[in-house]
Design a protein around this ligand. Structure first.
Ligand code: SAH
Ligand code: SF4
Length: 439
């Protein structure tokens, strides 16, 4: 979602004459769009500010200025603190106020022109105004796009900052989503990924006053000319309705890939996490899904070393992974986040134990990922070409299962192939990507 938000920031600044650059050096405006989900990500902000400060000073020596802004969830959570600790920062804004970026930048420039300090802070959490503003912007031509349909979360998993930084759960209206979707299709988008922190909790209101869930929304989006692939992320097991499972069987545009985080395999840990599902419920969802779409590729998120997690609990996570067999997954060491209940829990786990468990889990996941990628060797897969490859005779694309594919295109031109779905004969697997030849 931060990628999506960053693209929208570029959109809102374009009419002001700002363009995206490859490097922050010499830029008139630098925005650090930050993530607060784990401590490592949050810590990076201050080192990045230090790096940008040097560039800002270099510009100053040439008699020019740079506006430095910190946006995103660290800004939301620690805005005032950032202002205090880093006087070089001109403005701070949260994930729900970045549509005001042009106003903030102009205000900052005006303050500086008057010889005053720029100290702007905007961390309001109301969401609706943002989307109204963003929907007015033009869309660039491209084969794939994100479309935010839902934001925030009311689930309050005990480890997670999202409900505090993105705010409470909010679904956009059907009319707004459909209007944005049609704009994307007109701009040549072939694959749309619906975004939300809890995307399957989506409950948008249609013009008739009727409420639609994600399943109905996907069915309608699939009817839009040009959309050949639909994906959605991230889902919570709690909201994985039968209707949505059926979409994976019935709607050919809905890709056979699902990112469904479970976090842990031990019911005791899941309870302490306030996940509202146990491991059996999760496994049952996967069974039903595979019954409807046997080739579905599964992805997940895992946290190891949650407070109180014993060796036995961790072994239950390993067991669950062995049972599900993931095509890919993300796994993290538990990171205590300020203001969340788990950060206050006793029995915090030693870093060494967390690292050990993470290494074990990641080795297993890598094995499964390699196995999945190798299982398509020899097959013909439809691949959407998204970008040039590493050499002039290759292109980059994605298989229906979300695998990154390096394609040998021979003497064909990448530009001509961009945005088309081509048949690729896969001849090489591996843990991170697969390779094949254009058929
Ligand atoms: N809404 C999604 C996940 C959003 S956060 C869901 O409920 O599954 C993305 C991922 O970051 C989470 O799935 C979790 O695995 C990880 N995460 C969140 N908070 C964390 C923390 N405090 N420590 C480690 N990982 C965390
Ligand atoms: Fe965070 Fe996801 Fe839990 Fe919401 S459901 S609190 S976003 S982990």
């Amino acid at each position: 979602m931060n990628v999506y938000d960053t693209e929208r920031m570029i959109d809102v600044m374009a009419p002001e004459g700002y363009e995206e650059t490859e490097t922050p050096e010499g830029a008139d405006l630098v925005v650090l769009n930050t993530c607060h989900i784990r401590e490592k990500a949050a810590e990076k902000v201050y080192s990045d500010i230090g790096r940008i400060r040097k560039m800002k000073n270099a510009k100053k020596n040439n008699g020019e200025d740079m506006v430095l802004a910190v946006g995103g969830c660290v800004a939301q959570a620690e805005g005032a603190e950032i202002m205090k600790r880093a006087p070089v920062v001109d403005m701070v804004f949260g994930p729900q106020t970045y549509h005001n970026l042009p106003d903030m930048v102009n205000k900052s420039l005006a303050l500086k022109a008057d010889g005053e300090k720029s100290r702007i802070l905007d961390t309001d959490l109301a969401v609706d105004e943002k989307f109204d503003q963003l929907s007015k912007k033009a869309v660039k031509k491209k084969p794939t796009a994100f479309l935010t349909i839902q934001e925030g979360c009311d689930k309050f998993c005990t480890f997670c900052v999202v409900p505090y930084t993105r705010g409470s759960e909010f679904s956009r209206s059907i009319a707004d989503i459909m209007a944005d979707a049609k704009k994307l299709a007109t701009a040549g988008v072939v694959e749309v990924t619906l975004l939300g922190q809890n995307v399957n909790a989506f409950h948008g209101v249609a013009a008739t006053g009727e409420e639609w869930g994600l399943a109905q929304l996907i069915r309608e989006l699939a009817k839009i000319d040009g959309f050949e692939r639909i994906r959605y992320t991230t889902s919570h097991p709690h909201d994985m309705t039968d209707e949505l499972l059926e979409v994976h069987r019935d709607v050919s545009e809905c890709m056979p890939y699902l990112h469904l985080p479970v976090q842990a395999g031990s019911d005791k840990v899941l309870k302490a996490m306030n996940r509202t599902h146990d491991s059996a419920t999760y496994i049952e969802i996967i069974r039903k899904l595979r019954e409807r779409r046997p080739d579905i590729a599964l992805s997940g998120d895992f946290i190891v070393g949650f407070p109180g997690e014993t060796d036995e609990d961790f072994e239950e996570t390993m067991e669950l992974v062995r049972e599900v067999k993931y095509a890919q997954a993300y796994s993290f060491k538990y990171s205590p986040r300020p203001g969340t209940p788990a950060a206050q829990m006793e029995d915090q786990i030693d870093e060494d134990i967390k690292s050990e468990r993470l290494a074990k889990l990641q080795a297993l996941l890598k094995e499964q990922q390699t196995e999945f990628n190798n299982s398509v060797i020899g097959k013909m897969l439809p691949v959407l070409i998204e970008a040039p490859g590493k050499t002039p005779t290759t292109a980059f694309g994605r298989s229906p299962y979300m695998q990154a594919v390096q394609i040998n295109i021979g003497d064909k031109s990448v530009e001509d192939l961009m945005g088309s779905i081509v048949n690729v004969k896969i001849n090489e697997g591996g843990p991170f990507n697969i390779q094949g030849i254009l058929a």
